[in-house]
Design a protein around this ligand. Sequence first.
Ligand SMILES: Nc1nc2c(c(=O)[nH]1)N[C@H]1C(S)=C(S)[C@@H](COP(=O)(O)O)O[C@H]1N2
Ligand SMILES: [Mo]
Length: 311
Amino acid sequence: MTTSYRSVPVRPSEITPHSLYLSRREFLKAVGITTASTLLAACAPKTVGLTASPIKKDEFGDSANSFEDITHYNNYYEFSENKKAVNQLSRDFKGHPWIVEVYGLVRHPKRYAIEDLIRNFPQQERIYRLRCVEAWSMVIPWMGFPLASLLKEVEPTSEAKFVRFETLLDADQFPHQGSHLYPWPYREGLRLDEAMHDLTILATGLYGQSLPNADGAPIRLVVPWKYGFKSIKAIVKIELVAKQPGTFWRTINRKQYGFYSNVNPDPTSSRWSQAYERRIGELSHRPTLPFNGYAEQVSDLYKGMDLIENY
Ligand SMILES: Nc1nc2c(c(=O)[nH]1)N[C@H]1C(S)=C(S)[C@@H](COP(=O)(O)O)O[C@H]1N2
Ligand SMILES: [Mo]
């Protein structure tokens, strides 16, 4: 199987001088920039013009959306159902201190402080497209690390077949969690082999900065071949389980939201047509690709499965 996804080390010019949780030196170390010369170069003052970074592109040649777009058009129901209101409403969210608990069917259950997750797992840049069921998409330059590296550390037992994720439950921080119309906390799940796939990451930043609140600070899942709602934000719990876990959206509407939710342009796979999408920032529509364009890397996971039945 080829792995043609983009996994590029971050250039010093792309790192803004602030990471919320690590000093600049620690952050550079975390992203693997360790030699004296690159450290020196990284500390040199920016020369306007010379270091203006080129527009980032994904492996398909599509340009990344702007930081402004990525942080001002967000599905984040804990704050609001209005995508344009989330940025303002999430401004005071406290993503620090933050603990992620990894437990269940594992040999070494562990509670990780967010700064240790950033420091101890090498952070990489992954430029992925995100496709929402609402038929819009974006290209986002994430910073993060494969979920697999975390799971390998806690060692799932042979009974573990699925991974269950949970968002923070805190109505003081999340105004819309006061609404009893929703089954809070937000929950999601993956089959263990999907969770272990190298494309699946825990994102801790984007555009070389720590993760903006609107995008799920301090840590969120990103599964690029699935609809955006699978990529759960502000994670506090990761549990290894034997049975397919329930999810937030399936609790609300079981027919509409499948457990797998792989991006699929086939109109029979959903109540709404998923054939086309609008890239935020563009006017025209483009065809949606099977597995959001990542079929070559992930279709093996579903060999022999009926993807209409298992939507
Ligand atoms: N906790 C939580 N996670 C969530 C959501 C949410 O409402 N709450 N919305 C999902 C949906 S529908 C999408 S499309 C993506 C949007 O991610 P973005 O705002 O970083 O683009 O987040 C997903 N993760
Ligand atoms: Mo979405």
